[in-house]
Design a protein around this ligand. Structure first.
Ligand code: AMP
Ligand code: ZN
Length: 138
């Protein structure tokens, strides 16, 4: 447990949460400021800061929980879609430094717009970047 982490305190029961799921190494609860009602957060019970810190076996357990909780969020809210999101590091909007996935129920015409997309300057620029990323793979 990280002493100054709000999600660790929620998991330890020191701060109240609207709990949905508590199994194995995974906990899920409602986001206090939902994008849409039913917006849930799925988190590892142990403190890991980002996606890159999560052990792979826990990642598998989290994927199963995301599917299970995601289906339940859709059923309970009557949603016809679901966004799964994760912010890693402050530049990407991560405010709580305990890894977590957002499950956001979506409804036709709910008006939520996601990020703006842009064009590459050329297919050459795009191809070079794909090569650079492939070369950086571990
Ligand atoms: P992120 O920007 O990805 O780090 O998201 C952190 C999320 O945690 C935000 O959507 C907050 O609304 C949510 N949050 C912060 N404190 C609490 C809390 N005490 N209970 C439930 N959700 C919270
Ligand atoms: Zn934590």
């Amino acid at each position: 447990m990280s002493q100054d982490c709000i999600f660790c305190k929620i998991i330890a029961g020191q701060i109240p949460s609207a709990k949905i799921y508590d199994q194995g190494g995974v906990y899920a609860f409602l986001d206090i400021a939902p994008v849409n009602k039913g917006h849930a957060l799925v988190v590892p019970k142990k403190h890991y800061a980002t996606l890159f810190d999560l052990p792979d076996d826990l990642g598998r357990e989290m994927l199963a929980a995301l599917k299970n909780v995601g289906r339940a969020v859709m059923t309970a809210t009557g949603a016809s879609g679901l966004n799964v999101g994760m912010n890693n590091y402050e530049s990407a909007g991560q405010l709580v430094h305990h890894a977590h996935f957002h499950l956001i129920p979506r409804h036709d015409g709910d008006g939520l717009t996601l990020w703006t997309q842009h064009a590459y300057e050329s297919t050459e620029e795009m191809r070079k970047l794909a090569q650079a990323i492939a070369a950086a793979l571990g």
